[in-house]
Write a protein that binds this ligand. Structure first.
Ligand code: S3P
Length: 166
């Protein structure tokens, strides 16, 4: 069975949705950020602070490649997985790629209590809007399906995912 890969901006629900989807479909769930953090032995925040974003992005590509060697998994990616063109190409022939779409307003709401994301430190709506605008085309290019997650709970989003992967 092909891998199911979730992509989308921070706060779009990739982590929680992949966990639940893994339970429903009885598949292994791979969370790229967790693997990166475990490999480095420090948090994503610390990787950014200590080594910078480029270093993180290189690790991200390496871990993506390793994960795509597997089959029958659910892969939850980091929001910036599409920043590197190389990753988009990797994703395009890797399985079923689902783009979880989220509005900037909803990002603010869903990440209000979170301070673990280096690129969401100041929760500035204008900055988030720009980032999503810059990434939108890349998310679309890398994905097979797009699901609007705004104003939907996890169960509803999962219901839509199960429909598209049928
Ligand atoms: C990032 C998203 C994060 C994490 C890193 C960079 C991004 O993952 O990979 O902080 O560039 O959007 P989540 O989307 O799981 O928060």
């Amino acid at each position: 069975m092909p891998n199911i890969i979730l992509i989308g901006y921070m706060g779009s629900g990739k982590t929680s949705i992949s966990k639940k989807l893994g339970e429903i479909l009885d598949r292994e769930v791979i969370e790229l950020d967790n693997i990166i953090s475990n490999k480095a032995g420090i948090s994503i925040n610390e990787i950014f602070n200590k080594y910078g974003e480029d270093y993180f992005r290189d690790m991200e590509t390496q871990v993506l490649k390793e994960s795509l060697n597997k089959n029958n998994t659910i892969i939850s990616t980091g929001g910036g997985i599409i920043v590197k063109e190389e990753n988009i190409e990797l994703l395009k022939d890797s399985g079923i790629v689902i783009y979880l779409m989220i509005s900037p307003e909803e990002v603010i709401i869903r990440t209000r209590k979170d301070n673990t994301r280096p690129l969401l430190k100041d929760k500035n709506i204008g900055k988030i809007e720009n980032m999503i605008k810059n990434r939108e085309e890349k998310y679309e290019k890398a994905s097979d399906f797009k699901i609007d997650t705004n104003n939907k709970n996890i169960d509803k989003i999962i219901e839509e995912i199960l429909l598209v992967i049928k």
